[in-house]
Design a protein around this ligand. Sequence first.
Ligand code: NAP
Length: 340
Amino acid sequence: MIRLQEKQSLRSLNTFGVDVKAKLFTTVSSVDDVATFFKMPISQQMPLLILGSGSNILFVKDFDGIVVKDEIKGIDVVKESSETVTLRVAAGEEWHEFVRYCVDRDYGGVENLSLIPGTVGAAPIQNIGAYGVELMEVIDEVSAVDRLSADTRVFKRQDCRFGYRESVFKHELREKLFISSVTLTLTKKNHRLNTSYGAIHDTLKQMNVTSPTIRSISDAVIAIRQSKLPDPSKLGNAGSFFKNPVVGEKEYTTLKQSFPAIPGYFSENQSVKVPAAWLIEQCGWKGKRNGDVGVHHQQALVIVNYGNGTGESIYALAMEVKSSVQSKFGISLTPEVNIV
Ligand code: NAP
């Protein structure tokens, strides 16, 4: 049974803590609920926003449509051998709770993705990744309910067209589907541990870990993230506000001549990833505050709401940051956060 509420406040449903309202609001707790909702004519007539944990979204105004809060829960074992386990995870599960479930059972593959905020259903949309591991490496398939037909569709890994923080769900299929579950295969032994990122390597060393395990890598990632990222339950934020930009090798070489300290990580296709936090810090933004909004004092990539900041004021600050990076470095930052 789908109940639509009018003028629902979304303040507690977005980690920026922005006080906006949805024209209509409902929650779904099963795939059947989603299908029932999509068979209601109103679901086709109004703008639709599917909300997971609201951790990657900035509302700049009231939402003039229907917000559907995903509360589909459950983790099922689909297949298991002595080597691997295949799990189907419902979209409304919290991503980090799922990582903890895996770490507790010594299932390998997602430990580098510890403490990433958001739900499991949101994870494939941007192919979440951190510290050298991306979700696409462990995903088998994504199930989703089609908005037009209300039928379930299954996308095998190759159909998802994953890229760096990219997928088909972000583009062609945007607003056309409700992702209902994600199926992944994890290792039970012979884990492929990834400790190549300097921060993990250094943290494991500080923790006196000489033979890393799934749990110690997860602990290291949690320690790194907690040391530089503010807790949204204490200080409103949506994690990294901008994507780390990727520039061509030639552009990077030119930048290096003007800014010898500029960090860059080369990849195979002649492109270089530049840490957005460094660029923002160089423009003097780290720790700056404008009324109730500001740039975090430990991580310049995070914009924070000190209490009563509005979506518009957060957005305005982000655009100021973007334009100063553009004028100093000629690099155009793109928000990672969805602006609604
Ligand atoms: P960071 O660790 O300072 O890294 C900044 C940039 O440098 C990233 O683009 C990262 O690439 C790259 N980089 C750093 N060390 C590298 C290495 N050893 N080899 C290759 N590339 C390297 O960045 P941060 O912003 O604090 O983020 C920490 C991690 O969380 C990063 O892996 C970042 O991608 C991830 N993250 C993911 C999401 C998401 O999935 N939506 C959001 C925020 C942060 P990579 O991006 O390829 O790692």
